[in-house]
Write a new protein. Structure first.
Length: 179
C-alpha cells in the first residue's frame, strides 16, 4: 500500500480544514456547537451508526486528498452519571450494549460531562437505585469487554475536548501517512 508523506506545513493546512461530525440525534449540545463555532471549526450534522461525534478530513485535491476521509473514531457523550445509569436499566441496557458492539468498528470513547463522575459513581451519589458496586462492575466490565474508556470532563470544556481528541488523532494519522 502506498503511503503519502505530508510535510508539517501540509499537515497543518489539512488540519485547519478538519470537520467535526455531530450525529443528527444528538441533543442538548449547544455548548459544544458554540465552542466549535467560536473557534471557526466546521461542523456537519449527519447520522452516525454509533457515537455522537466523529471527524473528517475533507477532499483537498491540491494536497492529494481525492475524497472525504472519515476518522475511524467516535465520541459518545453522556451528561452525567444519572444519564449513564438510565442507559443501563433493564429496558435500555440492550440498546446501549448494541451501540458498544457496533463501536468495535472503530476507536470509541465515552465522554461524561461531569468531572466528579467517578467519585459520584463509587459513592452512589446519583438518582438511580443502582448499587454502586454493581454499577462500577457493570461499567468496568463493559470497558474491558468492548475496549473503550470513560473520560470525565467539565461540561464547559466538552467542545474543546472533542475537537482536540480528533485533531491529534488526525494529526498522528497524517504523520504516519495513513491517508
Amino acid at each position: 500500500m502506498y503511503r503519502f508523506h505530508y510535510t508539517d506545513k501540509e499537515i497543518n493546512e489539512i488540519l485547519k480544514t478538519m470537520v467535526i461530525v455531530a450525529d443528527t440525534r444528538e441533543q442538548k449540545n449547544e455548548h459544544i456547537l458554540d465552542y466549535l463555532k467560536k473557534k471557526n471549526v466546521p461542523v456537519v450534522s449527519q447520522k452516525l451508526d454509533f457515537g455522537d461525534y466523529s471527524a473528517l478530513i475533507p477532499r483537498n485535491d491540491e494536497l492529494g486528498i481525492t475524497r472525504n476521509i472519515y476518522l475511524n473514531s467516535v465520541v459518545e457523550r453522556k451528561a452525567n452519571v444519572d444519564e449513564l445509569c438510565g442507559n443501563l436499566q433493564k429496558t435500555t441496557q440492550q440498546a446501549f450494549e448494541n451501540e458498544l458492539i457496533r463501536s468495535q468498528q472503530g476507536n470509541f470513547v465515552l465522554m461524561v460531562e461531569q468531572l466528579d463522575f467517578y467519585t459520584k459513581l463509587i459513592h452512589g451519589d446519583y438518582r438511580s437505585q443502582y448499587d454502586p458496586k454493581a454499577l462500577l462492575a457493570r461499567l468496568k466490565s463493559f470497558e474491558a469487554k468492548y475496549n473503550f474508556n470513560i473520560v470525565p470532563v467539565q461540561k464547559k470544556e466538552a467542545g474543546n475536548w472533542i475537537y482536540y481528541r480528533f485533531y491529534y488523532e488526525a494529526r498522528n494519522l497524517l504523520k504516519q501517512g495513513a491517508f
